[in-house]
Design a protein. Structure first.
Length: 306
């Protein structure tokens, strides 16, 4: 059914979608000084539920800290606003985008007297990397652009300005006929995707780059680590993965709120394992989707019902 969205919460009020606007001299527009979240609400067996809302809220407030952004709305207000947005628009499942940014006052790199603005929008968002991506996997290339280093910018903060690096890498891949990129860190080790974390399967064990490797501490990454260990897998969650290991991996997959669990079937035209979704990837993907469809008691606290 056509779920149209028409409302955005902005600075404490619900506004019509088209009225939720900012001035062209907004600090965040000129200098990338915004922080944001990507969260999914799933239509579970017991109704719409937001996946790991508390962890996403934690990260939202943490991301603001390096930039001294003062988010003047507390967790309860942001939670209530989000629930109301979902209810008002009859969204059973949706993608939720909270954003905070330095607004309009004076221009100049220092945001000195610019207000911090906050907005939340929700919309239906299907499979992030294409319809058959979840089943068949995607073809990626290793980008010629490297990830910014955590010594140059807080890569653990989900900062809007960081995503020019993601756009450069992702668009380079798509210009070359691939669905997505894999981005190496400045030392040349595997970091993550433009909008996803990455996992490698080798000899039945899972590996994912260390948080020190200039990557975002993904909440889906955290969830997959826990679920995989509960399934009995050994998970090396502070791994260093070289580019060469990408080609000799048995399996590779992306994780992310938007990407969920997406298999990678080729890197730079080299087939990975069987050249399609691998068995470990399939088991973890299936467990993830079963979980968000019908939450089990074990992970009950990962779900905030609308
Ligand atoms: C750079 C990056 N790394 C890892 C992740 C995975 O994090 P998590 O969602 O907490 O598991 C994301 C999420 N990317 C968000 C934005 C996507 C977009 O296109 O915008 C997302 O998946 O919502 C990233 O942007």
């Amino acid at each position: 059914d056509e779920m149209d969205v028409d409302t955005i919460w902005m600075d404490g009020e619900f506004q019509d979608w088209d009225d939720a606007q900012v001035h062209v001299l907004t600090h965040g527009l000129h200098y990338g000084t915004g922080i944001f979240e990507g969260v999914r609400c799933y239509d579970t067996a017991d109704g719409p539920a937001i996946f790991r809302w508390d962890a996403h809220l934690d990260r939202f407030y943490e991301s603001a800290k390096p930039y001294e952004m003062d988010i003047e709305h507390d967790r309860e207000e942001l939670t209530e606003a989000t629930m109301e947005l979902i209810r008002r628009q009859d969204l059973e499942s949706c993608y939720i985008r909270p954003v905070a940014f330095y607004g309009y006052n004076s221009l100049g790199v220092s945001p000195k007297d610019c207000p911090t603005q906050v907005a939340i929008a929700c919309w239906p968002w299907g499979t992030y990397l294409g319809e058959d991506a979840l089943q068949k996997g995607v073809e990626v290339m290793v980008s010629s652009w490297r990830k910014h280093s955590s010594s140059q910018i807080p890569t653990n903060a989900k900062t809007t300005g960081l995503y020019v690096n993601s756009m450069l890498a992702g668009e380079e891949a798509r210009r070359n006929g691939y669905t997505e990129a894999i981005v190496l860190d400045k030392e040349g080790y595997v970091a993550e995707g433009p909008g996803e974390n990455i996992f490698m399967v080798k000899d039945g064990e899972l590996y994912t780059p260390a948080l020190s490797q200039s990557i975002l501490d993904g909440i889906t990454r955290q969830s997959v680590i826990e679920v995989a260990r509960d399934l009995g897998y050994t998970v090396h969650d502070q791994a260093t993965i070289s580019r060469g290991q990408l080609h000799t991996a048995d399996e590779l997959f992306f994780t992310g709120t938007a990407a969920e669990v997406t298999p990678i079937r080729q890197v730079d035209n080299v087939e990975i394992g069987s050249g399609t979704r691998g068995p470990v990837t399939e088991e973890i993907q299936q467990t993830f989707f079963d979980l968000v469809e019908d939450p089990s008691d074990e992970y009950a606290d990962w779900f905030t019902y609308v």
